[in-house]
Structure formats: C-alpha cells, structure tokens
Design a binder for this molecule. Sequence first.
Ligand code: PLP
Length: 752
Amino acid sequence: MSEYLLPDEPVKQVYLDANATTPVLPCIVDVVCHAMQTCFGNPSSPHITGIQAKHLLEQTRQKARAVIGANNGDILFTSGATEGVQTAVVSTLINAKTHNKKNPVLLYGATEHKAVPNTLKHWNQVLEINAQVLAIPVDSNGILDLDFIAQHIDDALMICTMAVNNETGVYQDLAAIEQVIRNRNSSVSWMVDCVQALGKQQLMLSETTIDYAPFSGHKLYAPKGIGLLYIRQGSAYTAFIAGGGQESGMRSGTENLPGIAGLNKLFSLLLDKTDGTFKSSAVLAQYRSQLHNAISDTFGAITFNHDFSYSVPTTLNFAVNDLTSKEVIDLFDAAGIRVSGGSACSTGASQSFVLDAMGASQWQSENAIRLSFGPAATQQDIDHACERIRALKQVLQANCLVVSDSATPTQELCALGLTQFRHQGACSWLYVNSNNQAVIIDPIIELIPRFEKIANTQNLTIAAILDTHAHQERNSAITLLRSVLAARLVAGEVDQLGWPVNKTVINLNGQRLEKLATPGHSQDSVSYLLKEASGEVRYCFCGDLILPAGLGNTHLLGGSAEQMSDSLILLAQQLTPEAVICSGHDYQQCFAMNWAVQQQQTPLLSALLSKQITKDEFAAKKQQRDEQKQTDNNNQLCGYVNAQPDTNTQQLSYSQAKEMLSHGNVYLIDTREPYEHGANNISSLLNVATAKTLNIPLSRMANAIVEQQLDKNNQYILVCRSGNRSKLAAANLIELGYTSVYNLNGGLALGS
Ligand code: PLP
C-alpha cells in the first residue's frame, strides 16, 4: 500500500471544525499572555495595577458595543454562551413568575443549540413556571415557521431563536421574526443566540428589540471560558452569579481578564477596516466553492444538507452518497483532516436533530459531515485543505470506496478472503477466493452501494447472495442486491434465501459452500459452511443461531430452544475447533471467534455439547433466559450476549511501544480500516520497519486468523486512532490464544 501513503508524514493537521471551536490567533495569544504576566491586576483593586486592569475591562466593553452595534443596554462578560443563555432564561422566568397567562409557553427554534431547549426545560421545572416548552418548526431550508410564531406568541413568556445555526450555517431573517413577534406581543422576552454570527454577519443589536444576545469567545479565535451577554435596556434581569458585586453586581466573581484581553484584541481586529484578518463574505463564499469542488471531485456524488443561499459561507454540511459518515470522518481523521459529524457532540450513527427538523432523510441525517472554517481563514489555508482532501482520492479508490475513473486502475485486491461489514451491530460477510469468485452472506440494504463498488472494481463473479434466515428486524437485501449485481451474478433460479434451487453445494473452484438446516432462532434458519477441498470447515456462517460469546434468541416468532439444541449438535459434528464462526450480529465486538473459544465462552453451549446437560435441560434453560432477557433489554432482538469477557489487555505508552518495537519478534498491527491505514504512515510515526507493520482491520480479523497471518510465538502491539478499537481487538486475540498481545494506550491520538 506504500504508494498510497501521503508524502508529508507526520501530518500537520488541517482543521475544518471551526464551528466546534477555533484555535486562538497568535496575536490574541500575545495579549492574553500579556494580561496574565504584565497587566494581571484585579479590576477591583484600587492600586495602579488594578486600575490598569479595570481600564482594559472597560475598554473591551466599549469595543464590544461597537462590534455588536449596542449603543445602549448592558454588556456583561460571562464564561461563554451557555452561561449567557442561563442568565437570560433565569432573568426572564423569575420575572414571569407573576404572569397571568392561561396557557403559558416557552418557544424555541427546533434547530437551536441544545444549550437553549435544555436550559428552558431545566429552569421551567426548577422555578416551577410550568409553561409548555414548544419547538418552533423549520422548513426544509431550516427557516423558522413565522406562522407558528404568530400563532403562539400571545401565550409566550419567552422566545429563543438563533442568528446562525452551528450545524448548517443557516441564518434567520431576524427582521422578519421581530415583526411577527412585536406585532402581537411587545413585552415577550426575546433571546437571540448570536454565537455563530459573530465575525460572519453585521449586527446592530440596539436597533432591534432583541432582549438578550449571548456570544462565545472560543468560536472566534479567542480562548475558551470567555463570552459576552448583551441585555437590552429595561429588560428583566436577575444576577445569575451573586458574590463580590463585580460587573455592577450583575455578575459576581473576579473577571476573567486574560480572556477579556483576548476579546479586546479580537474586537480590534474586527473593527479595523484596514486589517485583513477577517475576510469579506465574498471571499469566504469563494473559499466555500473551492472546498465544495474539492469534496465533489474526491468523493463523487455528494448531497448537501442545506441551501447555500440561506447559509453563511463558512459551513458546508453534506453527506457522501454511498459512504457512511463514520467512514468519511475516520478517513479524514487518519489523513489529519479534522471535520465533524452533523454536530460536534454527535459523531457516528446517531442522527442530527437539526437535519431531522429540516425534514432530511434518515440517511442524510445519520451520515452528515460538517466542514467549517473560520472567517480568518487564508487563501493558503484553503488551498492546502483542498490539496489534502484531493490526495484522499487515491486512498478511496484503492479501497473500493469510490469507483476508479482511471482507465487502468492499479489498486490491489482489497477484498480477497473474508471481510466483515457492519451496520449498527448487524454483520454482512463477503468471501472472495483467489479466482475472484465471491459469496455475500446476510447483506444489509445500507451496504448495497459498497458491495456494488467492490464487485465492480474487483471484477468479481458473484456465486451467491444469501440470507441465513428471513431477518425479522430488517428487510432482506438479497433481491435488491441481486438486481444491482445482475451482470456479475451466476445465473439460475434461487430460493427465498438466495440458494440455487436443486443444488446441494456451491462450488468455488476447489472450495465449496454447503447449506445445513439449523432451525432454532427461526424455522427457516440455515448455516452455510465454507469447506476446503479436504472437507474441513473454514468458516461457518450461522446467522443468528450462534452469536459471538452467546447464542441467538429463541423467544421470537418461529424460534425454538429444542430445535436450537438439535442444530448445535448437528453443527458440532461438522466443525473443528479452529473453524471460524461468522454470525449475523456482533453486539459485543468480538470480530473473530473460533468454535473452540465459542464453546469456552458460552457455558450453556459447552454443557450441551459435552453432555453435562440433556437437550431438554438445555431447552428449558435457554427458553427461560431468553424470556427473562427480553424483559430486561429489548434492543438486541436477535440474541442476548453477556457482557464482554473481562480480558486484561496489557497497555503500553507510546515510548514503551517504540522501545518494544525495536526488538526482533515484535510486530505492529494497525487495526484501523485499510483506507485509514492508507491515509497516514504509521510505520514512520512509530519508527518501525514497514515489514513489521501489519494492517489487520477488525473487519478482516477472522480472515487473518484463518489465513494464519499471525504467529503465536510473536509479540504484537495493536494500535488504532484512540486505543479503543485496538483494545477490543487485543482482547479478542488474547481469547484466541495469542498471549503476547499489547495495546497502545490512547492510540495514535495521544502519540502524535
Ligand atoms: N450556541 C451555539 C449556536 C453554539 O454553537 C454553541 C457552542 O457549541 C453554544 C451556544 C454554546 O457555547 P459555549 O461553548 O460558549 O457555552
């Protein structure tokens, strides 16, 4: 894979997650340091050091007024926007304690940052206001429904809207919102979260009737822990923090002067028309279109989750058609490009409530990628980011994540042998032999584009697409996948599970796949045994009959614990201890499990097979457990597995790992997916020969075991991004009898 490594390792990060937070600008760092070392006084002290500090404080307040257009009203320094939101909500609700509304409501935009609805709900309960907390819907562009506001504003004690959304960059028409609010309710308290607007939009707050506007320094190159709250003249106010009377008694506690000094410098930059640090909207829009082109050229088809004409230019929120956000984020991260899922706090399979509110499809919402840059980005930053994004194309192609558009693709066969594909706890399996004949077992609809790309790029002949049973928790993907791969599929009539009618065996050039009826989880459950010419079973695809370290559920339609016992005994007659068990689910992330370890970790199974209990006793116990577990936990319809066996993995620090790797039989195993492995040069990071660096992703662990890629006499140090995946893999290998296995604690994140 070395030709796919990026040249400039170790990589300098490309930071494209400015909506989560920004680095502090060097010139701001300087003034913050100055405020800590030189102008360090307490603004309340009467001496000169204190007076200097007080001057800095008041000067910053004046600059803040100019930046946000607040000639009057109060400006308070807070710890950040979340504190500003608390202050606004508490002030409003305490004032509203004596309201005389029959059906009071608290309104907030459905796409608001969680700080807003959670604060409203919290204080509504604590202060016993008992108002109904209502989300204002948005349309498909993320724009607030003004009719809804008009309908409810008479009953509202407070309305919270946001200037710019943090996930999509969508901005609201504040003048239109104001008109709807004030036409009907001149006294309702109105808070506008301005966190993501600062530096990206012109604000003239005291020309509006906005009562409260929170801001946060760390979203715009100032340090964390400093923010602002604007309060309109005459709006309700209760001090949220009482104490020494600082900030005219409105917010006690010694002021965060270093943070305030940082804001001071930030505001100077924003106000100085001759300073080029902050770019105009036109320049930022140009940057956005450059990034748009780079991601489109790299990933092919992408779907934007917002309309650029309703968004500030610094945010791009999109999904890559056919790739999950996890794949894209992992790939970016491995290549040193930091982006986030829909929102900073929701990476992975969870959905974005912002995109849900906009009516995006579940697929878009689950797979949203947010790429955001700050308004002080330079042309050079954007050029460099685009270059780094474009360099990923060859990694994507080499790993069949996109179809190569080259006439002579040079990618190696990445799917030879067995690969596990996972989607939310469910597993699909692809087996490819050296003649490019393939079988796909238990395909999942979401993975169809992936199988399609692999089959086409690797020029596979698909011998069969099989289900192990009619899955009750999801629709079968075999009919759809058969039609997508029709041109590559071996012709012939098949049954409901995809097995060729009238055939007992599928021949795979010496190897063969056999079908065995193994009811228990359901009536129609079968297991597929991949056998060598010698008759020895390599892989047993058993669907939900057996799960890693457990057995499938029998307490569902068509399930039978009695039949399960017969099926297990039947399988035991066919399997050697080394045969690898490939299940339809892997809830506890075992990745590779052979028949010997499966029995060790499933006492009920070993008791049955060693005849310590009879079939009837097995059935009674199994039935009882499944009934019990279903009442305890119904997330795992297909089976219940006890907690992960508590394997003690030996943890190494970075320097310990480096030291060990200098010895002869110590190998490094990168457990990340090949596209992540291909995106950075882990051998050079850990100073180890490429020959001693193996890439065995979790999805290929079973293959590695069967292909004997590992030697029990060698020592292995496992690594991944954060140390979590590799820890699970290390535990798995230890269970399989590899004793000298270590984990790099904290992964690459803590080492580089
Ligand atoms: N509001 C918006 C729109 C945000 O993006 C954030 C930060 O994620 C907050 C509020 C909370 O800000 P802070 O981190 O300063 O408390």
